[in-house]
Write a protein that binds this ligand. Sequence first.
Ligand code: AMP
Length: 209
Amino acid sequence: MKLIFLGPPGAGKGTQAERVAKEFAIPQISTGEILRQAMREGTKTGLEAKTFIEKGELVPDGVILEIVRERLRQPDCESGYLLDGFPRTLPQAEALEGIARIDWVLNLSVGHEVIVERLSGRRSCEGCGHSTHIGLAPDGICPICGKRLVQRADDAAEAVENRLRVYDAQTKPLIGFYEGKGRLLTVDGGLPIDEVTATIFSALRRAAE
Ligand code: AMP
């Protein structure tokens, strides 16, 4: 099964993608996480991406497409995968059509206030990249690896506003793109996390029948 997770920043794509990947035994490919890993390692791609990411802007399509092409060539992608945070622009979506036949696009729809609340409380582990909410880890320690939880630079207020503007202008048009192809499944991402997961699982099982 080849899936895309679509939705504004803070819609819960990462959290839900992790659960779906586990349930359906497919790798979760998060372009944001690949870029953050490259930034932590200080690679050329990481340095190139840093300025865009910290301002809440999109990394150029060419850089992202190279990362995705390379990742999808890995053997673990043979029986399917889940793309989390890619594609984010129409040119990326069009390029993907030439690389793979995506089965379903899960669109997590969430209101503006929920997004702002989730992003301002989001914390990310500086060791393993695990993402959580400050309310779930008030001691500021990663529940997975025990390292420190920090706020992502792009979760600061100005960057969040920019990311939401970028989403509306560049990523939202993908909803219509995939709707037109009859591959869109929209789920209310504003519900409690476990309810969203249950809705996604049943939507995917129904779609696969
Ligand atoms: P995310 O973890 O998905 O919220 O991504 C964090 C940041 O990485 C985004 O705000 C972008 O700057 C960059 N990024 C991730 N995926 C893409 C993409 N498909 N196209 C362009 N930039 C991306």
